[in-house]
Design a protein around this ligand. Structure first.
Ligand code: PRX
Length: 631
């Protein structure tokens, strides 16, 4: 199934067609997939409720498009290559036939453990090939997967399990990350103490530990698959049944479960994958993301495997055993498309060119970035030292909620400009709005990035709380999906993403809501209140800066900081650690009690001379104190 556009002219033509006749455009593409029963209608939608349905009444199972379809055509082709954390350990290579057998066998095991169509299964696993098996096995039997990044704490895992009322957790005894080993099963044990819905825990033996296993609830993966056959009838699903839930942070409250449904997500994941990366049949494709995030879902598992591609998974970290590991892997496996995050590039840049120039990197054809704006310096380093000035860089802008890449280059076919994501993919209709919701039609202007028409993989709801979905994305501007990002369109119509305009902080390409971090900090007994903002960080893009009010300003600030960090690690996970904690006697508030974040942001950004109007503050003296004590 070749869905690729092969020139800039073809892109322009397809784009125009997709805007004039979106239904016809997507119909043509969707028909190339395997449906058990064809859909009656391509699309029905409104952004008011919101209610969006694609490929209505179509019946299918995605795994038939991934496994059965490719079994016929590509049974002996490699589906998955897995590179372990330790380069001395053997890597794994599975053909489509092997993947078929493993997924079907595990699907049978899930059924045998009582999982049925519509049940939610939480997956808290290391980056090992069995993670892909677990995901696809759920889909085979119509269960909904909710993958939780294995760096989240027991508390965060429990919250996600409880919100989705998951019946099962699939995990491993531990995970390897560079020099460290992390006891995943111990975290799961702690989490599920507070999760009444969990009936079963399946544990993959990755590191050879003997974690505590609860009789009647916990079972080893190898025991669960014992005697299970390698054929499992795919469950017939509706196009709009839920495929998965993935939790992500917003400006307010706890992380929400973004819901993607089957038909539309399938079509868009494959279409965007093939076009952005210009994948060719014999290519080896590698995305370094973790499956715990949307990038791993769409561009390690679904997009590539739906396209019959060879996808690579890496268990480790870019700096282990040394900062040349990514490039060593590219040469070792002959990687053709390489997709990573700007934060990884910046971190490797800091280790110097020596670690990259010793590798040939001959096989590389397309480089990708995702998750945050890429600064020009990092872009150039990537282009020159990794791509050897011959590989286009596709700067892919998208979100958990969009399911797939929205604005990006298409391999070498589209013009590229450092720090610019570029043009929208066919079928994507971005607009820039001003604060009042008026469309900014001229180029060369900045505005709030919105979408005025649905695309197949748009989120359908936030799990268990449709009102929240409506409020967050569809209420800011009438009849538009609001992304939360600001963007600028240049004279040629190319988009540059500026960053979030809401209270979301992007740390190393990972999203956190200020409210969620504040809630974590406030749960420390000594803390009265806190305010969290982002500030520019050389490697992480943004760092977390917390202003904390305690009963008294602590005498031993270092140990008080340590305690607060520990609380955040317990509540959310290490990835949400505040980089800077400033103890203050009060927060700047308006007379109505609202925290003036704008001021705190400017101070954290090191621009106390640009605070703007502070006259509406309840106590302007507080600002002086904060500026003086800024870190
Ligand atoms: O602010 C944008 C930023 O990441 C946000 C989405 O985060 P998340 O849902 O975690 O998904 C990340 C991976 C798709 C966006 O609202 N973002 C993502 N890609 C880019 C980006 N900012 C600039 N350039 C990008 N290429």
């Amino acid at each position: 199934m070749d869905l690729r556009i092969k020139s800039f002219d073809e892109y322009k033509e397809k784009y125009e067609q997709s805007v004039k006749d979106p239904k016809g455009f997507w119909d043509e593409i969707a028909q190339k997939f395997t449906w058990q029963k064809p859909y009656d209608e391509v699309l029905d939608w409104n952004f008011t409720d919101p209610d969006v349905k694609w490929f209505i009444n179509g019946k299918l199972n995605i795994t038939e498009n991934i496994l059965d379809a490719n079994l016929e055509k590509r049974g002996n082709k490699l589906a998955l290559i897995w590179e372990p954390n330790d380069p001395r350990e053997r890597f794994v290579r599975w053909t489509y036939r092997e993947l078929y057998e493993k997924v079907n066998q595990f699907a049978n095991a899930l059924k045998n453990q009582g999982i049925q169509k519509g049940d939610v299964v939480a997956i808290y696993m290391p980056m090992i090939p069995e993670l892909t098996v677990a995901v696809l096995a759920c889909v085979r039997i119509g269960a909904i997967h909710s993958v939780v990044f294995a760096g989240f704490s027991a508390h965060a895992l429990a919250d996600r399990i409880n919100d989705a009322k998951a019946k099962m957790v699939i995990t491993a005894d531990g995970q390897n990350r560079g020099h460290k080993q992390i006891p995943l099963k111990r975290v799961v044990n702690e989490a599920v103490q507070n999760c009444d819905s969990i009936e079963t825990v399946i544990v993959y033996d990755r590191v050879g530990w003997s974690p505590e296993m609860k009789e009647g609830r916990d079972i080893w993966w190898h025991d669960a698959i014992e005697g299970m056959g390698s054929d499992c009838e795919p469950e017939q699903m509706d196009s709009e049944d839920i495929l998965f839930i993935l939790y992500t942070s917003g400006s307010t409250g706890k992380p929400k479960g973004v819901v993607h449904t089957i038909g539309g997500y399938m079509v868009y994941a494959a279409y965007s994958f093939q076009n952005v990366f210009q994948y060719e049949e014999s290519d080896i494709y590698w995305c370094t993301a973790d499956v715990g995030w949307i990038t791993g879902h769409s561009y390690i598992i679904y997009g590539p495997l739906l396209s019959g591609a060879t996808t690579m998974m890496f268990e480790g970290v870019p700096t282990y055993p040394d900062p040349g590991r990514f490039w060593q892997i590219c040469d070792k496996h002959g990687v053709n498309q390489f997709y990573t995050a700007p934060t990884a590039i910046r971190a490797l840049m800091a280790h110097g060119e020596d670690h990259v120039i010793s590798y040939s990197l001959d096989s590389l054809k397309v480089l990708g970035t995702v998750g945050e704006p890429i600064n020009e310096e990092a872009w150039r380093w990537y282009y020159i030292h990794v791509g050897k000035e011959k590989c286009p860089i596709v700067d892919t802008w998208w979100q958990t909620e969009t399911g797939g890449i929205m604005i990006s280059g298409l391999g070498e076919h589209t013009p590229q400009k450092p720090a610019h994501a570029g043009y929208p993919l066919p079928g994507i209709q971005p607009v820039l709005l001003d604060q009042d919701g008026n469309e900014i039609t001229e180029n060369g202007k900045e505005g709030l990035l919105c979408m005025k028409y649905p695309w197949p993989s748009i989120l359908r709801t936030t799990y268990g709380d449709h009102e929240r979905c409506k409020l967050t994305y569809f209420s800011t501007f009438k009849d538009h999906y609001f992304t939360g990002d600001g963007a600028k369109r240049d004279e040629n119509g190319m988009y540059r993403i500026i960053g979030r305009v809401d209270d979301v902080i992007n740390v190393s390409g990972h999203r956190f809501g200020t409210a969620e971090i504040e809630e974590a900090i406030n749960s420390n007994d000594k803390v009265v209140e806190s305010a969290v903002v982002g500030y520019p960080h050389e490697v992480k893009g943004q760092g977390i800066y917390a202003y904390v009010v305690c009963d008294n300003i602590p005498e031993d600030k270092e140990s008080a900081r340590g305690e607060i960090v520990e609380t955040v690690v317990e509540e959310i996970g290490k990835i949400a650690k505040p980089e800077k904690i400033q103890f203050v006697s009060a927060l700047p508030k308006t007379r109505s009690g609202k925290i003036m974040r704008r001021i705190l942001r400017k101070i954290a950004e090191g621009e106390p001379d640009k605070l703007g109007d502070t006259s509406t503050l309840l106590d302007p003296d507080v600002v002086e104190e904060i500026v003086e004590g800024a870190l």
